[in-house]
Design a protein around this ligand. Structure first.
Ligand code: CO
Length: 134
């Protein structure tokens, strides 16, 4: 059912410092910071030949990644995103298999302007999983 790895998201405290790490130390192609107020994060996109890395920095008072950074003060891998052809078919399949879909179960528009859903990390080896319809 799942397709390509769309991105790996890493939560960071200092977006400029982390962007510089990827740009200057690792030599990757790094975008300008993009505020996503609807998601409570500012994002930097890093283009790799086979996938993307997204650096997420909290934006606003109740950012969904604030607690994660409290537990992981050096930053850390926040979620992985897999592509699916049809997000509603994928959701219904996952629910039928016992996976918990976060939120109200309806897809939201993600950072790439495409519908996304998140799956409970306790059902996926401690890893928050995002699925995105491409
Ligand atoms: Co994501």
């Amino acid at each position: 059912m799942i397709g390509r790895l769309n991105h790996v998201a890493i939560a960071v405290k200092d977006l400029e410092k982390s962007a510089s790490l990827y740009r200057d130390t690792l030599g990757a192609k790094v975008s300008a910071p993009q505020p996503e107020p609807n998601h409570g994060v500012t994002v930097v996109f890093i283009e790799l030949p086979n996938t993307k890395i997204e650096l997420l920095q909290p934006l606003g008072a109740d950012s969904p990644i604030a607690k994660f950074l409290e537990k992981n003060p050096d930053g850390g891998m926040h979620h992985v995103c897999y592509e699916v052809d049809d997000i509603l078919v994928a959701r219904d399949h996952l629910k039928a298999k016992g996976a918990r879909v976060l939120g109200d179960g309806n897809p939201k528009i993600g950072a790439h302007g495409k519908p996304v859903l998140f799956l409970h990390p306790k059902d996926f080896n401690g890893t928050l999983v995002e699925i995105e319809q491409v």
